[in-house]
Design a protein around this ligand. Structure first.
Ligand SMILES: [Zn+2]
Length: 114
């Protein structure tokens, strides 16, 4: 017995049927779409938050900050728009129009790309 992917009720008919009807099919895809949208919004939120933090530091002419302080501001290193490795083991992260990388003593160097 096959069960509907959306309402989990037994599905009658063709062996490859995945939903009872078009209603269940469209509800299933709508649900999937809104989950994806939530994930996209969440990712954008963290990316924009990171950019806001860097932009604020830039406005105050603070181009170097300790990683500890940066994280305390709410910065999340795992959210960036691009990762470059100019030399092996050297990671440059981009966050929209800014970039950052870790220098000595756990200091983070900030740059404005454009
Ligand atoms: Zn169903």
């Amino acid at each position: 017995m096959k069960y509907c992917n959306y309402c989990k009720q037994p599905v009658k008919g063709r062996i490859d049927k995945k939903f009872c009807d078009d209603g269940c099919r469209s509800s299933f895809h709508h649900q999937f779409k809104s989950e994806a949208l939530k994930h996209i919004k969440r990712t954008n939120y963290f990316l924009r938050k990171n950019r806001r933090i860097i932009a604020h530091l830039f406005e105050q002419n603070q181009l170097k900050i300790s990683l500890t302080e940066l994280l305390a501001e709410g910065f999340d290193m795992s959210y960036h728009t691009r990762l470059l490795e100019p030399k092996p083991g050297q990671k440059h992260y981009e966050c929209y129009d800014y970039s950052f990388f870790i220098i000595e003593n756990n200091q983070v160097q900030l740059h404005k790309i454009c």
